[in-house]
Design a protein around this ligand. Sequence first.
Ligand code: BGC
Length: 349
Amino acid sequence: MQALTVVPLSKGSARLDDVPEPPEEDGPVLVETLGVGICGTDIEILSGEYGWAPPGRERLVLGHESLGRVVEAPSGSGLAAGDHVVGIVRRPDPVPCSNCAVGEWDFCRNGKYTERGIKEHDGYLSERYRIQPDFVVKVDEGLGMLGVLLEPTSVVAKAWEQVDRIGGRAHWSPSSVVVTGAGPIGLLAAMIGVQRGLDVHVIDQVEDGLKPKLVAELGATYHTGPIEQAVEAPDIVLECTGVSSLVLDAMEHVGPGGVVCLTGVSSGGRPVEVDEGDLNRSMVLSNEAVVGSVNANRRHYEAAAEALAAAERSWLSKLVTRQVPLASWQDALDRKPDDVKVVIQVATP
Ligand code: BGC
């Protein structure tokens, strides 16, 4: 079968390969891949900046934002041929650490977890893959290819859970949220904010085009300026860019008792000047919290499935700006100005 493979940490090594059928040891559920979304992590892997091949191998099958159709599943697994499913990305570490032992692999403590399509475990960008039933989440067939949005939505569902849990350390009735970045993660985070009845503000750089339109259609407000101009003292800032200056801005301008949740991975190497004393003083005197959030466990995938089910289908469909057949995978990586989520189509849903 065909698969898009890459040599991690080797720029320009991606190619469409003929690979063996998925190994039985990956699990008894056989899935036919329908599509795979491309995200910043994939671009980093393709640029030779991130990723790990499976032990003893040179190449990794790419792809972690998947949508597939079950071909065969054992009885009693709750899955049947034809079901539309998404594969969970992370697998617990084998030790396991105290968090992986209870299904909270997104909080793995020893870093020995694996991630499909990212770290030491082949991804989903192959015509078929095998998986354990516990790592499969069913999605509404009516979503069609939009089911690929489940994985990125699970990442923001986890971020929202962190915000709730931390906010809940005292009386918590937030009214405003600033989301930095109108990429797929930012837009999906904003969507959940609107679903929660919050006053949602999204900040990005582009002045016009699809992103401001998508934000307006959500019922949120779009800005291109700094956080403090968007809304004064927001209760929550969901940072979805990883741009270091925005991270600092978020810490400086979140409101008293507010929560800053960081979801973007910064590249580093761009030091900025900070008045650490001033930052510390305002964080302490205002009980501010800053939390990093990565990955998602099964609970978050399930919350994400509910958020997608509650979303306006026509709005969601505008997030998938291009679908590119597997044979033309290179086109998917060629970013166009109005791209939000580009999907590599492997089969027809
Ligand atoms: C994925 C996460 C993963 C993270 C770090 C993200 O793109 O969505 O599941 O944990 O990259 O590897």
